[in-house]
Design a binder for this molecule. Structure first.
Ligand SMILES: [Zn+2]
Length: 257
């Protein structure tokens, strides 16, 4: 599952080939949008809101937004105009300006609406951890209010948004709480400090993804390797109810509960 920082990087790549340009190709290969013709429409830019992507368009003064989401397996391939670089049956969208193209492979929740209706897609989201002005104490209060197992609450985009399995596991490790620790029992300041630290790491990862995703990881995908603090082997398991359950990782010594 792409995390908020990865989704933001996708938005930047889309902007590099589309923003400011006029669409010369605009194939939306989902039944509901198959007859929509966006050629000649100007692309204003793509914004990441938590893990949702909003591509804003200007059709001679009328504002439209194309919504899309990567979920577990979606991706945009961006580059110079040319062959799509993916099997046709996997392509959900193919957009191009004179400058470049973006091929949406297995992108999900593809939808088009007047921009005034964007809340339909993002109105349910809790505060986006990566957004400018994110308030960690307010985020901590929301987490405590729902009183659910920590990692499950962190992954629920209605509580706080933008975190995926990696940053949720890392946040729990950062504050020394077990993945199933009840959020109501956790100290608000500690939770807020955890959100602040993870937010900082996500912002760094936006600039330099490789570094953040290897050397700095405390527990994510480190099953069986020694904890960086106490050398106890890192454990893994699943949180949440199937089919929504997700993998998580923790140090049984440093993260009790
Ligand atoms: Zn440890």
């Amino acid at each position: 599952m792409p995390e908020g920082d990865a989704v933001r990087r996708t938005a930047r790549r889309l902007d590099a080939v589309l923003a400011g340009g006029t669409l010369v190709r605009a194939e939306l290969r989902v039944p509901r949008l198959a007859t929509v013709d966006l050629r000649g429409v100007r692309v204003l830019g793509t914004e990441a809101v938590a893990k949702h992507l909003l591509t804003r368009l200007d059709e001679g003064g009328r504002a439209w937004t194309l919504h899309h989401h990567l979920r577990l397996d979606g991706a945009w391939r961006t580059g110079s105009p040319g062959p799509p670089g993916a099997p046709g049956h996997l392509i959900r969208a193919w957009l191009a300006t004179e400058r470049g193209q973006a091929v949406g492979v297995r992108v999900h929740m593809l939808d088009l609406r007047p921009s005034v209706d964007e809340r339909v897609w993002i109105g349910h989201l809790g505060p986006d951890v990566m957004a400018e002005g994110f308030d960690p104490l307010a985020g901590a209060a929301r987490l405590r209010d729902v009183d659910r197992p920590l990692v499950e609450a962190l992954l629920d985009q209605r509580v706080v948004s933008g975190l995926g399995t990696m940053w949720a596991a890392e946040l729990a490790a950062t504050i020394g709480a077990g993945p199933t620790a009840g959020t109501a029992g956790l100290d608000a300041e500690l939770l807020a400090a955890g959100l602040t630290r993870i937010r900082r790491r996500m912002l760094r990862a936006l600039a330099s993804p490789a570094r953040a995703q290897r050397r700095e990881l405390l527990v994510f995908e480190r099953t069986g390797q020694g904890c960086r603090t106490c050398r106890t082997p890192i454990r893994s398991g699943r949180v949440g109810r199937p089919p929504e359950d997700r993998p998580t990782y923790w140090c049984p010594t440093c993260q009790p509960g």
